[in-house]
Design a protein around this ligand. Structure first.
Ligand SMILES: [Mg+2]
Length: 175
């Protein structure tokens, strides 16, 4: 049961996720959460570093899609400035959200990475689909109140699964 919450890798930030390493693993698509994964919660601006990271994924031929449980007004303008397809109010961890995203990337779950900062939505959902799951440390501790409540439970689960976590540090690249 707890296996559902164990990501394939645990990284300090998306910047430890390297496009070349993903391609070497045979991955063709990247589905990613938005808030506290790509930028801080409700942060409207995409920093240059993020733009370059995403360009690198796309330059290597990876298909990228944002999947967020946040609202359209938050998700759509953010994704549009980056020119990336996005699903809002996705209802992760429900399968439907992931299936829709995989339709957009046009990739098989096994060929697709799921990146996110939450165990119960991003990682559990991605694992259930059979995706390659990458847990990132949340960018900020500012969050939606519902998320903050879930973090209390999440912290206990994280502690429990700690011995099985494959941690990658910044600078070292996953792959
Ligand atoms: Mg998030």
């Amino acid at each position: 049961m707890l296996r559902l919450f164990v990501p394939d890798v645990y990284v300090p930030s998306i910047y430890a996720v390297n496009a070349e390493a993903l391609v070497r693993k045979g991955l063709l698509g990247v589905v990613t959460d938005l808030d506290n994964t790509l930028v801080a919660w409700n942060e409207p601006q995409a920093p240059d570093k993020l733009v370059h990271w995403l360009d690198d994924l796309r330059d290597r031929g990876l298909k990228v899609c944002i999947v967020s449980n946040n609202k359209e007004v938050r998700v759509r303008p953010f994704a549009e400035q980056l020119n990336i397809p996005a699903l809002y109010e996705a209802g992760k961890p429900r399968m439907r959200a992931f299936m829709k995203a995989l339709e957009i990337t046009g990739t098989h779950p096994r060929q697709t990475a799921m990146i996110g900062d939450q165990l119960f939505t991003d990682i559990a959902g991605g694992n259930r689909m059979g995706m390659y799951t990458i847990l990132v440390v949340p960018i900020s501790d500012k969050e939606w109140v519902g998320t903050r409540v879930m973090r209390l439970v999440e912290r206990r689960v994280l502690r429990f699964i700690a011995p099985s976590l494959h941690r990658i540090s910044e600078g070292e690249h996953q792959g």
